[in-house]
Design a protein around this ligand. Structure first.
Ligand SMILES: Cc1ncc(COP(=O)(O)O)c(C=O)c1O
Length: 443
């Protein structure tokens, strides 16, 4: 197998256009030589040291570059490197708990989250996820806290007539009630600012994220933004929260941070969180189990692995030098993002296409058996799987998912190509998608 630009070739030499960036991973394109060069150079110099003994220049420099990339909200903050999304989510959950202990809020340990979300495969991350299929059989093993509803305007439970402002406020009020019910035990609230694979690129209604942030602040609950899928330029901003001017206390990203060249994830903590941990004993003297540590009590052997960090650093340099965040912007003229938006919107005339939504280079196409009633296909039909299969036979890779309606029913595709895709390639891919949907509809 090999990869170059937006294409990958299988072992038999068949070429595929990677219209989903694998699983919304690849952002800079495949086969970029400067990334593998940076990894080789780092491996030759130093392959690994444990973070309990040394920090490395590459990790220090990349951490500072990431804080700059994350903007003013994270000035004076800190970066924690992991090997991927799930590890980063676990890290953030524990960081939220330790923060609360350090400031004397020792009762606070619950992390609230949303239905129809995905935060990872490990047990802690699954506990806060809402993806029914991915967690159902493991539920007896996880410690669960409250999950609240999330705005999904295509199938909203509330009144969506005023551009969804009202429904956003209703969903935010649901979070406030859940925090109150937690009775002083809520430590954090985790959410994907824009939903990823589970619902398929659903964007939040106006005012919703601001209301969520305000509720969290007022109740002393840390706001954790999971940007594993949406971070590092994917939505046409450095991080998706910038679209809605929201300032999370903790931000998680992975996938695009290394574009898949090496396993890498990060947790970016704001100064408020870092200061509380560094101060150690602040406010907690009278309240065991206060740690008084002055350090985050957590770690994986491969934190800040030098070769992965070198890959991430070279990827960020590439994102900047090729202006890829702008390329992903679907609201700007002449970009890959705007070409993708236009091409996918053109599929709305198909009988089986109920909704097309998204932002930047992250889009969802939802399928329905009946457009008027929005009735989904029977889940046994696996309509999105059929479309995915037909796309693959035509040389196009997409990310099919089921469960958007209620965790079981509902079909959609996630589309997330590398930002180096051209308008011509987008046009060709949309044609293949159209043919694949028609083929699946005829079966
Ligand atoms: C929003 C979100 N969070 C967390 C994860 C878990 O990341 P990983 O698969 O790298 O462990 C994913 C993976 O798809 C994701 O989309």
């Amino acid at each position: 197998m090999r990869g170059e630009g937006v294409y990958v070739w299988d072992a038999d030499g068949n070429r595929y256009l990677d219209f989903s960036g694998s699983a919304a991973v690849n952002f800079i394109g495949h086969g970029v030589r400067e990334i593998s060069d940076a990894m080789v150079e780092q491996a030759r110099q130093l392959e690994f040291v444990h973070t309990s003994q040394f920090t490395t220049p590459v990790a220090e420099e990349f951490a500072q570059e990431l804080l700059d990339f994350a903007g003013d909200n994270f000035r004076g903050g800190a970066v924690y490197f992991t090997c991927g999304g799930s590890e980063s989510v676990e890290t953030a959950l524990k960081l939220a708990r330790q923060y609360q202990v350090e400031i004397g809020q020792t009762k606070r340990h619950q992390v609230l989250s949303r239905n129809q979300s995905y935060h990872g495969a490990t047990l802690g991350a699954l506990a806060v996820s809402g993806n029914r299929k991915r967690r159902e059989i493991y539920l007896p093993m996880v410690r669960e806290f409250e999950h609240v509803g999330m705005p999904y305007c295509y199938r909203c439970a509330f009144d969506c007539t005023d551009s969804c402002y009202n429904c956003g406020q209703q969903y935010a009020a649901e979070l406030e009630r859940a925090i109150e019910t937690a009775n002083g035990e809520a430590a954090g609230f985790i959410s994907e600012p824009m939903s990823g694979a589970t619902l398929g690129a659903v964007t939040p209604p106006p005012g919703y994220l601001a209301a969520i942030a305000e509720i969290c602040r007022r109740h002393g609950v840390l706001l954790i933004a999971d940007e594993v899928m949406t971070g590092m330029g994917r939505t046409g901003r450095n991080f998706a929260v910038e679209h809605w001017q929201v300032a999370p206390d903790i931000l998680i990203t992975a996938k695009g941070i290394s574009s898949g060249y090496a396993p890498l994830g990060v947790v970016i903590a704001s100064k408020r969180v870092v200061d509380a941990i560094a101060a150690g004993s602040e406010g907690g003297q009278e309240c065991p189990p206060h740690t008084g540590s002055g350090a985050f009590l957590h770690g994986f052997t491969y934190n800040a692995h030098p070769i992965s960090v070198a890959a991430g650093r070279a990827v960020l340099a590439r994102i900047r030098s090729s202006n890829l965040v702008h390329a992903a912007d679907s609201q700007a003229k002449g970009t890959a993002g705007s070409a993708l938006k236009k091409a996918l919107e053109s599929l709305r005339d198909l009988d089986a296409v109920g909704d097309v939504r998204g932002l930047g280079l992250l889009w969802g196409v939802e399928f329905v058996a009946d457009k008027k009633s929005k009735a989904p296909f029977p889940s046994e039909k696996n309509f999105s799987g059929l479309v995915g299969q037909s796309c693959r036979q035509r040389g196009l890779l997409v990310y099919p998912m089921q469960g958007s309606v209620d965790g079981v029913g509902g079909d959609h595709l996630l589309i997330a190509p590398p930002a180096v895709i051209t308008a011509e390639q987008v046009g060709w891919a949309a044609e293949q998608m159209r043919a694949a949907v028609l083929e699946a509809s005829a079966r």
